[in-house]
Ligand binder design. Structure first.
Ligand code: AVJ
Ligand code: FE
Length: 435
């Protein structure tokens, strides 16, 4: 075995263990009644997420990669996300909290065995440890979903984390991105998921993009200006939803101007990115502000394009992995950080906080890039293409670095706002502005 393979094996084991610590923290924070309860019809009971994470790990790693016998073949159907809508999951004969904990532990001990023994080359599924990376990312995605479930719980706070850093620099205004080609997507990032590739060239006309996400203060101005009551700012579909759902402000803003987050109520901080808005609200704000939402390609060029070399980098700060001073990721802080808090994470074009803090809505439907091939299964991405989903980019404070990079693509329905979603604006550059 080469040193590199040894290093890869220990990295895989570390990521699996670190990820399980997060899942355990989120599920041990509440009692068993709370674990089996449905806090919102939009979300699964936490105990479903827990056993589902273990079941996916069993399917892909124990059975497929390892070729081992099933741990619990009888529960596959219960934890198949396509078989049961979230609203129906509490009525299923689910594993109890104790059974679910026992099950995920059993699966994991077999998997840690495999990490030491399966060949990591010669088969595309395990090349560079991909299947393990995919399962780490899957569990981390559910950890973010579980954090969103926590935000929908009522009752006293059970989670705690230090506040995010204070601004280190003033960030405001827009950045001009000159017209021309850039490379979008990746064909080489070893743990990138299928929808992130292949890398391809995209030509964009010049545009402006906000240097920072839209803040609570900026969004408050839209609310105070009567933006929710003025049909002009909304698309027909957005206006219909605004009326049907009786939207009047971001989710979790209270009538008295306070905000409730993970069981704690406090003032809405003006310089923090607005969060828990749906695509329609983001789009209405942008139109009111005389702007629009960026397309997905515009978001990615702002994040990855380096004008000095013409290359696209993995992340705004470069090709290196995330570190805590570069972006607010990983549930280290349970809130978005104020604008200006991550000067070391800015892109070469001077765009801040693209990674972390809040997912950013883009005005692009979810589709496969030219030459897309599903891997390793159609149900991760392909079955969602061409439907009513919009793209979100950049991850949030609830997203782990393992499941976030400059090429990572998330998608959701345009009415969703229980997720950690915010946005920034963009606009076309006029010829006079480019000259
Ligand atoms: C990529 C976040 C849209 O949570 O529905 C989890 C990720 N896929 N289990 C989701 C996912 C299967 C997915 N998103
Ligand atoms: Fe899943």
């Amino acid at each position: 075995m080469t040193i590199d393979t040894e290093r890869l094996r220990s990295r895989v084991a570390e990521e699996l263990i670190r990820t399980r610590d997060r899942t355990t923290y989120l599920t041990d924070a509440v009692d068993d009644d709370d674990l089996v309860r449905q806090h919102s019809p939009l979300m699964s009971p936490l105990v479903w997420d827990l056993a589902h994470v273990g079941n996916q790990e069993e399917l892909w790693l124990v059975r497929d990669v390892g070729g081992r016998d099933p741990v619990r073949a009888d529960i596959d159907e219960l934890y198949d996300a396509f078989k049961h809508a979230r609203v129906n999951r509490p009525g299923l004969p689910l594993l109890s909290p104790a059974e679910a904990r026992g099950y995920v532990g059993q699966v994991r001990s077999k998997v840690l065995d495999l990490v030491d023994s399966v060949p990591l080359e010669g088969r595309r599924l395990t090349e560079n440890g991909f299947a393990f990376g995919m399962i780490v990312q899957h569990e981390q995605q559910h950890a973010e979903t579980m954090l969103a479930t926590h935000q929908l719980r009522s009752g006293p706070a059970v989670l705690a984390a230090p506040p995010p850093p204070e601004p280190g620099t003033a960030v405001r205004g827009e950045v001009l991105v000159t017209g021309g080609p850039f490379t979008m997507g990746t064909s080489t990032d070893p743990w990138a998921l299928d929808n992130e590739g292949p890398a391809h060239e995209v030509h964009l006309p010049p545009y402006f993009i906000d240097a920072a996400p839209v803040t609570n203060a900026e969004y408050r101005a839209f609310v105070d200006a009567g933006g929710y009551d003025d049909e002009r700012w909304w698309t027909a579909e957005g206006w219909r939803h605004r009326r049907d759902a009786d939207l009047t402000a971001p989710m979790h803003w209270n009538r008295d101007g306070t905000y409730t987050r993970f069981g704690v109520t406090g003032p809405v901080r003006p310089d923090e990115p607005v969060v828990h808005v749906c695509f329609h609200e983001a789009q209405a704000y942008a139109r009111w502000a005389g702007k629009r939402l960026p397309t997905e390609a515009e978001w990615e060029k702002a994040a990855r394009y380096d004008p000095a070399t013409g290359r696209s980098r993995r992340n705004p700060w470069g090709d290196d992995d995330w570190t805590p001073e570069r972006a607010n990721l990983g549930q280290r802080h349970l809130a978005p950080a104020p604008v200006g808090a991550y000067p070391r994470g800015a892109s070469p074009l001077g765009v801040h906080q693209l990674i972390g803090d809040v997912w950013e809505w883009c005005d692009t439907a979810f589709h496969g890039y030219p030459g897309f091939t599903a891997f390793p299964y159609r149900e991760y991405s392909e079955v969602f293409f061409g439907r009513d989903y919009r793209i979100l980019r950049g991850g949030s404070f609830g997203t782990d670095a393992a499941a976030c990079r400059g090429t990572f693509r998330n998608w959701d329905y345009p009415i969703r706002r229980q997720i950690f979603s915010g946005f920034r604006c963009a606009r076309d550059a006029t010829p006079a502005e480019v000259a």
